[in-house]
Design a protein around this ligand. Sequence first.
Ligand code: ADP
Ligand code: MG
Length: 261
Amino acid sequence: MTVARTASARRPLLEMRGISKRFGGLAALSDINLTVEEGSVHAIIGPNGAGKSTLLNVLVGLIEPDQGEVVFDGRPLAGITPHDIIQLGIARVFQTPQIFPGMTLLQNVAIAALAKRDGKFAVKVLESLTRTHPIIEESAAMLERVGLGAKLDEIAEQLSRGDKRRLELAICLVCRPRLLLLDEPTAGMSRHDTNTTVELLEEIAKGGMTKVIIEHDMHVVFTLAERITVLAQGRVIADGPPEEIRGNPKVQEAYLGGAQV
Ligand code: ADP
Ligand code: MG
């Protein structure tokens, strides 16, 4: 039986309209229009320097665009700070910004859950919580889900790179975001770690959480994405379902034009 995943009409959760950003003489983003539908997995791909990370930074309020607007769930995000973003239900997996290296995995996840609930990091509150407190139980369950259930009391900085990424994911997921942003979640991972991460992301996708993923590994992109936007030199050169993108001559040209895939 074949049921097209795109058959049901979905509503846009995120819209980027006419986004432009220059760094001095360099047009990093030029008139970017992008719509992410609720419940979808949307990949942004393109050669190095295409503007992918800049676009994500605009989205979370780290970079102010010269032109254009970002609309999340019908609400313009102008002037929003990265802190407001979490409260709105947008979480991001970046390098390692939210890991407290000296804390245990459980403490790391629990403090994110507390921050989401109370709007601030509350180490004092965390110390007062017993193992059976719902926040702690939920945090332990989330670590279990990402495959770190056996390492709850290990110190975060001792983890392997792949496990740190999984911890970041647990930190993001415990905040129950409506939109999860992943910037190269498998970067630097072995093939084995990449595969387990992809399996985990596929499982999370079944829960209907909207995801935007920037990824250089084409195997990962074509496994996960329902829609792909291709950037090159700050412009959208293609946008559509994976089967359209795969055979698109413009995309092949952009990747063959000397830039790294
Ligand atoms: P990608 O993530 O697709 O590799 P980036 O968004 O990081 O690309 O960068 C797009 C372009 O903008 C690149 O040419 C990069 O050198 C430039 N760039 C990115 N951030 C800055 C910055 N803060 N200042 C100046 N140039 C930047
Ligand atoms: Mg980048």
